[in-house]
Write a protein that binds this ligand. Structure first.
Ligand code: NAP
Length: 279
């Protein structure tokens, strides 16, 4: 039976299904619906929320702040700092601003959104300071390929990274060649972003046929496939309440060996190294 949690290197268990927030917070007219979607997800036990200072230029974090008001302790809150803010002073300022927008005193997992020009050692050092002061509980990275992970691991405190958030779904399996094995060997969970390829996998006829055997939708099957992989967390974004309900229900789908074999035929795993893809 697939696990409903993934274990961080710290030993803490986090849910294998979360809620993404990219494209939220861009239009105040849609904010109430977005808050309602996130709150419904929380009601259904989808308690990991992924956001970033970048989304909606801070707007998504404000939506998250509204959604978690009065129920902060239920939530495992993930946010990200932009590489342009990854210097010592930049991270401190960005973190304070994120906390303020989300109206909370701590971020559970704070990620470097992608690698930029600031030396990684400088960013990690300030992540560690923020962790010791309690503003963040854990830190990690995003869009890091296997060579980035190796480089980080050699830095002071580099081994304290708790996750790597990367593009991963049935149609984007490149990380299975080297990054996913690296993360598995080092006990670092992968957070799979765009797990339904921004909605496109929902329309895949091959997936729909397999999903029909489970009385499920193609998007649900795509999520079930990710969640069945040990140490991988899926963070679909859904604003429609029907999608939120379907995504939560995908946790109950049990893929058979036949399903998995057919999925490997439809969406073959990589035969050679491919550079990490990003959206
Ligand atoms: P996604 O989750 O693969 O797809 C979101 C789209 O799929 C939305 O249009 C949504 O529609 C639709 N959808 C959701 N559930 C569905 C379902 N059950 N059936 C049919 N359609 C469904 O794409 P994403 O937003 O790019 O990725 C997810 C999250 O990962 C982001 O929101 C963000 O938090 C994170 N992310 C991180 C990075 C990074 O660089 N670290 C990059 C990209 C994304 P509705 O909204 O209309 O319900």
């Amino acid at each position: 039976m697939p696990s409903t949690t993934a274990t961080l290197p710290s030993g803490e268990a986090v849910p294998v299904l979360g809620q993404g927030t990219w494209m939220m917070g861009e239009d105040r007219g849609r904010a109430a619906d977005e808050v309602a979607a996130l709150r419904l997800g929380l009601d259904l036990g989808v308690t990991l929320i992924d956001t970033a200072e970048m989304y909606g230029n801070g707007g998504a974090e404000k939506v998250v702040g509204e959604a978690i008001a009065g129920r902060r302790d239920e939530v495992f809150l993930v946010s990200k700092v932009l590489p342009s803010n990854a210097s010592r002073n930049g991270v401190v300022r960005a973190c304070e601003a994120s906390l303020k927008r989300m109206r909370t005193d701590r971020i559970d997992l704070y990620l470097l959104h992608w690698r930029g020009g600031v030396p990684l050692a400088e960013t990690i050092a300030v992540f560690e300071e923020l962790r010791h002061s309690g503003k963040i509980r854990h830190w990690g990275v995003s869009n890091f390929d296997a060579d980035d992970m190796e480089e980080m691991e050699r830095l002071p405190a580099g081994k304290n990274a708790q996750a790597n958030q990367v593009l991963y779904n049935l149609g984007r399996r490149g990380i299975e060649f080297d990054l996913a094995p690296w993360c598995r060997d080092h006990g670092v969970p992968i957070m799979a972003y765009s797990p339904v390829e921004q909605g496109a996998l929902a329309d895949d006829a091959g997936l729909q046929a397999i999903a029909a055997r489970h009385d499920a939708t193609a998007a649900q099957l795509a999520l079930a496939w990710i969640m069945a992989r040990p140490g991988v967390i899926a963070i679909p974004k859904a604003t429609r309440l029907e999608h939120v309900r379907q995504n939560a229900a995908a946790r109950d789908i049990r893929l058979t060996p036949q399903d998995l074999a057919e999925l490997d035929t439809l969406f073959p795993p990589p035969a050679r190294k491919r550079p990490l893809e990003m959206i």
